[in-house]
Design a protein around this ligand. Sequence first.
Ligand SMILES: [Zn+2]
Length: 418
Amino acid sequence: MPDLNAYPPEKLHTLAAAFDGEQLLADLDTLGAIGWKPGAGLQRMAYSDADLEARRWVLAQMQALGMQAWFDPAGNVIALLLGREELPALAIGSHTDSVPGGGKFDGALGVLAGLACVRTLRSQGVQLRHPLLVIDFAAEEATTSASPTGSLSFIGGLTEALLDGPAWDGRSTAALLASQGFDVAAMVANRPPLSIAAFLEVHIEQGERLAAAGVSIGVVEGIVGIRRYYAHFEGQANHAGTTEMARRRDALVMAAPFILAVREAAVAHGIVGTVGRIEVHPNAPNVIPGRVMLDVEIRGLDEAVLDRAEEILLAEAARCGGTLHFGHRKEPVPADPRLMAAIERGCEALGLRTLRMPSGAGHDAMNLAAICPYAMIFAPSEQGISHAPEEWTQPHDCINAGRALLAALLEVDALLDV
Ligand SMILES: [Zn+2]
């Protein structure tokens, strides 16, 4: 049976033509100016004054669109558009906080594309079947000890203990929150205002795959799992001048082929693998390294592939005379196949090419996955640059991502009866 569009494609065309791309671009500029420091980029770290100013601006835009909008206890800005049927809500959105020295597209594009969709629905007199929540999640970036904080609180997954660690300003996250008037107990008790049937997030790709393929819409298959390891190589520290080469047990020379093996295993399995930290003892120019510790990680979407790569890393570490120990691990978070297909059908109706791809970075959608199915739409990042003032997504790509969200939203609204 062919995959039929749940929402009539000709109606979709009419609505996509009414999508106000210029207003979306103007909104990106206006929001991007809040907390922007010349030479230092976007300084809108979680719960800073600039971050809260930006959220108040987003709230005002939601209200101007006739939505009921409010701050929840975590500082998430939530707006509700009523549906015409008694159904759980659809949710769209992303975040507007930034890393220190960030760009104006990361997160903001997803929130403003959501507002642009509502603007189109309002101007065309279209009411969805489902209620719609547009959400600007707080503190998505890893600038607090509980990131992404806002979406974690939203799903009821936050604990007080998670807020003990440091935030970007050096204080504990709890102290930062208290200084801005947030009530930690209320954040922990926070829950979604309605039950949610699906979450759709637009985000910049933060990589170069879309640009390299010449495709404007990425359909995220899932957020990759992360496995971290510690590799340990034990040799014998000794005098670098008097010890003959044949008699050395140099731990760094043992570790070197293992570092290359991590790269080879990643390439062979179609995943990414990194040795990002190396500790050499005693780390002196005239001493043969006696001990080397490496931090290793691999990331991929498929647990079975990660299992196979892991077996190779264990064997390679042993072959090199070392040992590999297990560290932190995060499971992959797959996107919902029905929602992915809905995005693709919507894009096809609009003549937008799509490419399926994993997300190597974490997003709010990762937290939402605990309470509802999710899917993500990626927009191309120029030269793959993000978390930097130079971060850029072409205007037509921003608009296409917004239209793709609108098409996906209508498709999902027609498709889901829960
Ligand atoms: Zn982001």
